[in-house]
Design a binder for this molecule. Structure first.
Ligand code: SF4
Length: 424
């Protein structure tokens, strides 16, 4: 099969995979706020390919900014989690020039960016100006999400009044009992799982609008974060109790996802084959426990599974490792960290996935350079091979854009109603 042909639907599992709205990136990109950018991007790629085929000079990419970014505010972290996917870049001591960072964000917002996820590479709430920075983002009318380890809920409380129903917070907790929590997360300053969960009702009391999630990365015996790293503590049997804990502390949802590891070349992948037990046995145990967790779902509390967990359970996870040669998401969603601008969260910190410097978009020249560097990585980074082991959450989105570029009519799917969800 050519890598320019989407993978065939599985014959064993002919029911379509139903995305939760937050993971339906094709639908999100068809919202009025994004649709014209996708149309323009498809037109630019068409002209670029036509020029290349004719041996002519390819048109430069317009000086677009990504529509959404993952922003690593810091590489510092107050935990030492055994399953941390960003272990290699943590606590590197490299930090932003805060003024330049704000200029970059302003430029990106002027050029179409609609949302910022404050997330990994470190713990966002330990950034010294965390609350002030969130206010700055909200002043720019950006949607804001915070993915935190929960160790500084006081800092989230400081700024919760500025968030609204389109913003969200997700705490990475991964356990239902404190011994498992301590063994997995190793907080440097003592804090218990119960104390973290007890921090949610006061936040909800100030402002109930932003959704607050309890994130649970499922681990099993044999999981390790990379070759030679210590084995990760198993938490699989705590899946149902974690749902009860989350519901009892007023979280809006619990979200389960499978453990990811890093390949030797740095890609973030699912590797159930590394488990000590048979994959089928692990999947059966996960399925049973998730079923038990669902008993805690209600109108006010959702039990969610990530796309890659659904794919793992249905035996289809390898289907989403077949990417087109060009990853179009690189132009629409990027990762900005103190170490540079990256093409994807799955390759954060890996040299071949680096687009530009951390100062990208911080001046007119830097904005032009970032666009040229984005065009360069779109041509250079062959997702068919570089992401061949990644169960990519954007797999169907990339194929949707690829087919529009190859279609003489361009993008034929029109805009859909605005769901006001601009996170990619
Ligand atoms: S194909 Fe998927 S995993 Fe690879 S760079 Fe693109 S979004 Fe990331």
């Amino acid at each position: 099969m050519s890598a320019d042909t989407p993978p065939p639907a599985s014959t064993e599992h002919d029911e379509p995979l139903v995305h939760a709205p937050i993971h339906d990136f094709v639908r999100k990109l068809r919202q009025p706020a994004f649709h014209s950018r996708v149309v323009d991007y498809v037109a630019w790629q068409k002209s670029r390919r036509a020029a290349a085929a004719a041996g002519a000079t390819e048109p430069a990419m317009p000086a677009w900014a990504p529509l959404s970014i993952n922003l690593d505010l810091t590489t510092a972290c107050n935990y030492a989690c055994d399953h941390c996917i960003d272990w290699d870049i943590l606590n590197s001591g490299i930090s932003y020039d805060d003024t330049k960072l704000r200029t970059s964000i302003e430029t990106m917002a002027e050029r179409g960016m609609k949302s910022v996820i404050l997330i990994g590479g470190g713990e966002p709430t330990v950034y010294p100006k965390f609350a002030d920075f969130v206010r700055f983002l909200k002043d720019l009318e950006l949607q804001v999400a915070v993915v935190s380890n929960g160790g500084r809920n006081d800092r989230i409380l400081d700024v919760i009044d500025r968030l609204d129903e389109n913003d969200w917070i997700r705490l990475s907790l991964d356990a239902a009992t404190d011994p498992t929590f301590q063994a997995m997360h190793k907080p440097k300053k003592p804090v218990t799982l119960e104390e973290i969960c007890a921090g949610i009702p006061p936040i909800k009391a100030v402002n109930p609008k932003p959704r607050i999630g309890f994130s649970f990365v499922i681990t099993w015996q044999g999981s390790e974060r990379g070759a030679g790293a210590p084995e990760v503590i198993e938490n699989l049997d705590e899946i149902p109790r974690a749902a009860q804990l989350a519901r009892d502390h007023l979280f809006d949802y619990i979200s389960y996802k499978p453990f990811l590891t890093r390949t030797d070349d740095g890609a973030e992948v699912m590797d159930p084959d590394a488990a000590k037990a048979e994959v089928a046995e692990i999947v059966a145990r996960i399925h049973e426990r998730i079923g038990e967790a669902r008993a805690f779902a209600s109108d006010d509390f959702a039990v969610l599974e990530s796309i890659n967990l659904k794919l793992l359970e249905s035996g289809r996870w390898r289907e989403w490792t077949q990417q087109p040669h060009t990853c179009h998401m690189q132009a629409l969603r990027q990762v900005l960290s103190p170490l540079g601008l990256w093409n994807c969260p799955a390759h954060r910190g890996v040299p071949k996935a680096r687009i530009d410097a951390a100062t990208a978009f911080s001046s007119e020249d830097a904005t032009r350079q970032a666009a040229d560097a984005t065009a360069a990585i779109l041509g250079r980074f062959d997702a068919t091979s570089e992401c061949r082991e990644v169960t990519c959450l954007y797999n169907d989105t990339n194929w949707w854009i690829e087919q529009a570029i190859e279609d003489p009519r361009g993008l034929t799917d029109g805009p859909v109603a605005d769901a006001e969800d601009y996170f990619l």
